[in-house]
Design a protein around this ligand. Structure first.
Ligand code: ADP
Length: 463
């Protein structure tokens, strides 16, 4: 069943039930109140009749006659009988049978519409003079005689009004339900069809719903965001695929041409030549290794083996393993670290970060190049810096150097053996630890990489 149909049915049922309940309740409450009002009125009328008869009896005594009371009885639509203190009949209004039979007597035509369902009932009142009882009055009437014609018309009108307004409200409710449920589900259907188009690969589809319903708007925005992300990832995937293909093809072509030359006997497989071949194979191996790390990024939820350790000490160890390589090239590697700084981090990933940064710096140093590794604890961060006085990076290249496969100058990189993946791996690892990395560089003067790791992480971990 569609959502709109479901909503419509729920709305209609709810509206109908509430309107019926409200109409019925109000109608019956008003009716009840009206009935008791009419009965009170009738009682007042009987009291008045009693007072009149009482006065008559005082005035006329036992000579009171049927004529004295008949006109009163007929005008009030009741039977009147006057009795003395011993309950002997003094006079009565002679219309008892008429009332009893529940017929519509001529005398009561203007006052009471008799119901065949009405019962004849009698009520007695004491008649007195001062404190002395002088007789009894019996008033006979039909028990529903308080329902005069106008009262019945009023009640009928009331019921009709409730029924008519109920029906109008229900019809209005049905239209409102249809309108509301359609209005609610139309944008959802649109979003669903966009999602379906995205599912079958039309990544350029976007949902454009005009709605002021916050949740629907959010859903539509999320679908659009999802589509954008998928589209971006699709582009990236294509870009990576072509980059990887290109990166692998170059060393493979070189190796292939060397091997062909050996087969064709135009190139001697001497040790020197084979070591050239080996270099290419090594380059290929490094590329494959770097590729593995570069995709092991924070988006793929790499698992970090975080531990608390002495970062100052760890950096010193890393530097001491690098020092001989630097020395062999007549470069200097210096350390400016604050002692005993603790950090919570994946130790292997830290090694990898430092390895990439230090081998980069070494690659782009010039004669008498120096690299200084710094470590300090600031208010909110732990700060690691790697600063060299090498060739520097052009301003226009700085925004791109952290991207995969980006190389400032590919011919120069071929010499230096870079793959264009080192910095993207570093950034992924730093960000996976909640940190940031940025670079400041001046061409010809040198480059400084700064890594900031938030202290909150550390505190939370230690708690
Ligand atoms: P590569 O493996 O080619 O070094 P990276 O991602 O590590 O790739 O670096 C991207 C580019 O940034 C490099 O091609 C290089 O031109 C530039 N670069 C990185 N580190 C430095 C540095 N310390 N000095 C000068 N240029 C650098």
């Amino acid at each position: 069943m569609t959502l709109s149909k479901k909503l419509m049915i729920y709305f209609i049922i709810t509206i109908t039930i509430s309107i019926l309940v409200t109409s019925f309740m109000s109608n019956s409450m008003i009716n009840k109140r009206f009935d008791s009002y009419l009965i009170e009125e009738q009682n007042v009328k009987f009291e008045r009749v009693r007072d009149e008869i009482n006065d008559l009896l005082i005035e006329k005594g036992s000579s009171i006659s049927a004529e004295d009371i008949s006109s009163l009885a007929s005008s009030e639509g009741i039977y009147i009988s006057v009795l003395d203190t011993n309950n002997n009949l003094l006079c009565h209004s002679n219309n008892r049978d008429l009332l009893h039979r529940g017929m519509r007597g001529g005398m009561m035509r203007h006052h009471t519409r008799m119901h065949s369902s009405g019962n004849y009932v009698e009520r007695t009142y004491e008649l007195s003079e001062g404190n002395k009882v002088i007789g009894n009055l019996l008033i006979g009437y039909i028990d529903n005689s308080h329902l005069t014609e106008s009262a019945l018309i009023f009640k009928d009108t009331l019921s009709t009004a409730f029924i008519v307004s109920g029906i109008i409200a229900i019809i209005f409710g049905i239209f409102a339900s249809i309108f509301l449920s359609k209005g609610l589900t139309r944008p959802l259907a649109h979003i669903a069809s966009t999602a379906n188009r995205i599912r079958i690969g039309q990544l350029k589809s976007r949902s454009k719903v005009e709605t002021n319903t916050i949740e629907v708007k959010e859903l539509s925005d999320s679908i659009n965001f999802l589509a954008e992300t998928l589209e971006r990832q699709d582009d990236l995937r294509r870009k990576y695929a072509s980059d990887i293909e290109h990166e692998l093809r170059t060393p493979l072509t070189t190796i292939k041409s060397y091997v062909e030359a050996i087969i064709d006997d135009v190139w001697e497989p001497s040790d020197d030549n084979l070591s050239i071949l080996m270099e290419e194979i090594n380059r290929l191996t490094k590329l494959v290794e770097d590729l593995r790390y570069t995709f092991e990024s924070k988006d793929t939820n790499q698992v970090l083996n975080k531990r608390n350790f002495n970062l100052s000490q760890e950096l010193e160890n890393i530097i001491s393993t690098f020092k001989p390589i630097y020395k062999s090239k007549n470069y200097y590697l210096e350390l400016a670290v604050e002692k005993d700084i603790e950090i919570v981090m994946d130790r292997d990933k830290l090694k990898q970060i430092m390895f990439n940064l230090l081998s980069n710096s070494m690659r782009y140093l010039r004669r008498d190049g120096t690299v200084i590794v710094g470590l300090s604890k600031e208010k909110h961060h732990i700060k690691i810096t790697v600063e060299d006085n090498g060739i520097g990076i052009k301003d226009e290249d700085i925004p791109y150097i952290f991207e995969r496969f980006y190389r400032v100058d590919s011919s120069r990189n071929k010499e230096t053996g870079g793959t264009g993946l080192g910095l993207s791996i570093v950034r992924n690892l730093v960000e996976a630890h909640g940190g940031v990395i940025y670079v400041e560089s001046e061409i010809g003067k040198g480059t400084k990489f700064t890594l900031l790791f938030p202290l909150d992480n550390l505190d939370n971990h230690l708690k």
